[in-house]
Design a binder for this molecule. Structure first.
Ligand SMILES: Nc1ncnc2c1ncn2[C@@H]1O[C@H](COP(=O)(O)OP(=O)(O)OP(=O)(O)O)[C@@H](O)[C@H]1O
Ligand SMILES: [Mg+2]
Length: 293
């Protein structure tokens, strides 16, 4: 089972939209997908339940030791289940302590929940833009991150803020857990338009991340807001539009694309990480993207 967090320290870049539509596109490719909304504001869940996200969810799994299967709800797309954040998720994040309090055990709770999960091929986690203890816990729990980037002027500043945290977590994972290094599964340019600034930032992002950036970008389109308001993933709402095709291409790139660990993998005699290798192991290059500091 692969698990990916859709994350960026910047707000409003299309994390929730990407989590929703990537999950829906992976279902089209016959994967059984669990989408976990780990943002207390519940934007991913509202994308399926526009009248209100269910009250019970991830918070209840964390606070009352329920299994994820017990708090998951079916969506209108067969094969796609959702774990809503649950009304108490903000409380839960506060109880996890500070990002500095690493190693006290609480941050591993989501990891344990994911390890115990069965019945899904893929888990996609939507995160909040704030660097909360909950987001740190998610970075311990998942194998991979996918970074959506809105090509506006401050785009790379948001990425650098995320990188510092990801590097710390990645080193800590190698030292204290059997999780293996955190891997960048891809970088997806969202909300691209024809302006010069969009093109310029896109080429900066491509120069910075190289082959991790998916070839196809997600165009800016009002259809995303329409689809969201109707509680339907865009790929079902505007099936043949460029946005839908963009997310289908992202899903294929996620399944088969280039990936890079953030710090070097452990030596072979420590055993392999517990997450399965890529569908196509030859596509995974074992070169650190960011060298451990
Ligand atoms: N490709 C797109 N074209 C036009 N609008 C988009 C696109 N992708 C997302 N949006 C819209 O932009 C807004 C922000 O998107 P979204 O909620 O996915 O971002 P986010 O990164 O999850 O935000 P937050 O940081 O608040 O969680 C939403 O209104 C969404 O409908
Ligand atoms: Mg969001």
């Amino acid at each position: 089972m692969r698990s990916v967090a859709v994350t960026n320290a910047k707000g409003g870049v299309g994390k929730s939209t990407t989590a929703i539509n990537l999950a829906a596109a992976l279902v089209e490719l016959d994967r059984r997908v669990l989408l976990i909304d780990a943002d207390p504001s519940g934007n991913a869940a509202l994308g399926f339940f526009p009248r209100g996200s269910p009250a019970v969810g991830l918070a209840d799994a964390l606070l009352d030791n329920l299994r994820l299967e017990e708090v998951a709800v079916a969506t209108a797309s067969p094969g796609l289940d959702l774990v809503p954040p649950g009304d108490r998720l903000s409380l839960c994040s506060e109880q996890m302590g500070s990002a500095q309090g690493l190693g006290q055990g609480r941050e591993f709770r989501i990891r344990r929940l994911l390890k115990g999960l069965s019945g899904y091929d893929l888990v996609v986690v939507d995160t909040s833009p704030v660097l909360t203890p909950l987001n740190v816990a998610i970075l311990y729990a998942v194998a991979e991150i996918l970074i959506p980037i809105d090509p506006c002027v401050a785009a790379l500043a948001g990425v650098r803020a995320l990188e510092d945290l990801v590097r710390t977590v990645s080193e800590f994972r190698l030292e204290f857990t059997d999780a293996g290094p955190l891997t960048i599964a891809g970088v997806l340019i969202t909300r691209a338009d024809r302006t010069l600034v969009s093109k310029q930032i896109e080429s900066e992002v491509r120069a910075y991340f190289g082959p991790l950036v998916y070839d196809r970008v997600i165009p800016a389109s009002v259809k995303f807001r329409e689809a969201y308001a109707r509680g339907t993933p865009l790929i079902d709402y505007d099936r043949f539009g460029a946005g839908a095709e963009g997310y289908r291409a992202a899903a294929r790139a996620y399944l088969h694309g280039h990936r890079e660990p953030l710090v070097a993998a452990p030596p072979a005699d420590e055993g392999p990480p517990d997450e399965p290798p890529a569908d196509d192991p030859a596509a995974v290059e074992n070169q650190p993207f960011l060298k451990a500091s």
